[in-house]
Ligand binder design. Structure first.
Ligand code: SF4
Length: 386
């Protein structure tokens, strides 16, 4: 299924979607002289293409990624790039399965992998493969800009969550967020991004808010793909925002970059994975694959930080997340925090999904009022074994 790329035309390279990650990799590809091909954002069509050509019981990220690749190749991408890692979950097998599926379907594109745990070296080798160049200065610039954008995207999403929970006119925060995204997309230099930071802040400050609204704070954890991809989680953050809930995610693109890509000397403080090993210890002693260790620790963290609740999102049949869901009941004795576990797949109906979220928000609100009214609220303070 390889495509001949001997012409002088720029190579079109595509990655699967996961939230706003395309803004970061597009910049890196532009800098090295490739053309980023951003396929249409994941949709029902993507899901149906992926599901049609996937094993039935495979997790939803696989189906959506395959769907993204099919749409990218049909749209003209020369390369489809996949992030892979060895390990205990199925992600280690994804690459082979996806490339076989594309070949069996007769698609012509170069399938290329970026090994996660090779860190910067893995990224460098990937850039070398897709560009056909070997330029340390150029690749370093591409990696720095890509990573800087990833951090800006995460900060912008935090701002969106803050404003969305307090906005007076529904949809206002998202409207300004979309404008702010353009500032990130349009600038591929550090100086430009520095200016963009200021413009983003100003843009988001235009959202009319009720600063005194009694907002609930919820942490979202789970498998990293469904946590960060708004199609697969049915835009849960928008729904929560509509209900006056501000969301915090510890499993983000940048938490992953800090743990897997950014060298130790450039990192400040404890990473999410380091925190996970520390906080999950009484309940889970080792990494059992996927993001289960992080999820268990995120429950402890949410409770320690005084969140009103935590939502756990997992793809149907995801083994690591089945394990974490089975650990949560054992944590209840130590962590007095409401947990809502939601399982996502192509069959997840919207109406039932929203009803469960609404019921959970209602529960958290009543619990919060009870705590506020109670004279003896010390019972709900930190009881975790940390
Ligand atoms: S963590 Fe779960 S959903 Fe993600 S790739 Fe592994 S098995 Fe699939």
């Amino acid at each position: 299924m390889s495509k001949d790329n001997t012409t002088n035309q720029k190579k079109k390279v595509s990655f699967p979607h996961m939230g706003t990650v395309s803004y970061a990799w597009s910049a890196a590809l532009r800098i090295i002289g490739c053309e980023p091909y951003v396929e249409p954002y994941t949709s029902k069509k993507t899901l149906s293409l992926g599901t049609k050509h996937s094993p039935e019981a495979i997790c939803i990220p696989y189906k959506l990624i395959l769907g993204n690749f099919i749409e990218a190749i049909e749209g003209g991408a020369d390369y489809v790039a996949m992030i892979t890692s060895p390990g205990c979950c199925r992600l280690g097998e994804y690459g082979k399965c996806i490339s076989n599926a594309l070949r069996d379907l007769g698609y012509e594109a170069n399938y290329v992998e970026m090994q996660l745990y090779d860190g910067i070296k893995g990224m460098y080798n990937f850039l070398k493969t897709v560009s056909g160049k070997n330029n340390l200065f150029l690749f370093s610039r591409a990696i720095i800009i890509g990573i800087t954008k990833a951090f800006m995207l995460d900060s912008l999403e935090n701002l969106l969550s803050y404003y969305r929970a307090r906005e007076i006119h529904f949809g206002d925060a998202e409207k300004h967020y979309k404008k702010a995204l353009k500032y990130i997309d349009e600038n591929d230099t550090l100086l430009g991004l520095k200016k963009a930071k200021k413009q983003i802040k100003e843009e988001m400050q235009k959202v009319e808010i009720d600063a005194k609204r009694d907002v609930l704070h919820v942490d979202i954890t789970g498998e990293i793909y469904v946590v960060n991809d708004e199609f697969s989680n049915q835009n849960i953050e928008r729904e929560l925002g509509r209900m006056g809930v501000q969301v915090r995610r510890s499993l983000t693109l940048t938490s992953f970059l800090k743990d897997a890509i950014i060298p130790k000397i450039f990192r400040k403080g404890e990473t999410h994975l380091q925190r996970a090993f520390r906080l999950a210890k009484p309940y889970l002693m080792r990494d059992i694959g996927g993001d289960s260790l992080e999820c268990v620790s995120d429950v402890v963290y949410a409770q320690k930080k005084g969140a009103d609740g935590i939502i756990h999102l997992s793809p149907f049949t995801c083994m690591p997340e089945i394990m974490s869901q089975n650990i949560f009941p054992a944590m209840r004795e130590d962590c007095d925090i409401p947990i809502l576990a939601l399982i996502m797949d192509e069959q997840t109906g919207r109406a039932g999904y929203i009803t469960r979220i609404e019921a959970f928000v209602d529960l958290m609100r009543r619990r919060k009022r009870k705590i506020q009214l109670s004279e003896n609220n010390s019972e709900s303070t930190d009881k975790c074994k940390v």
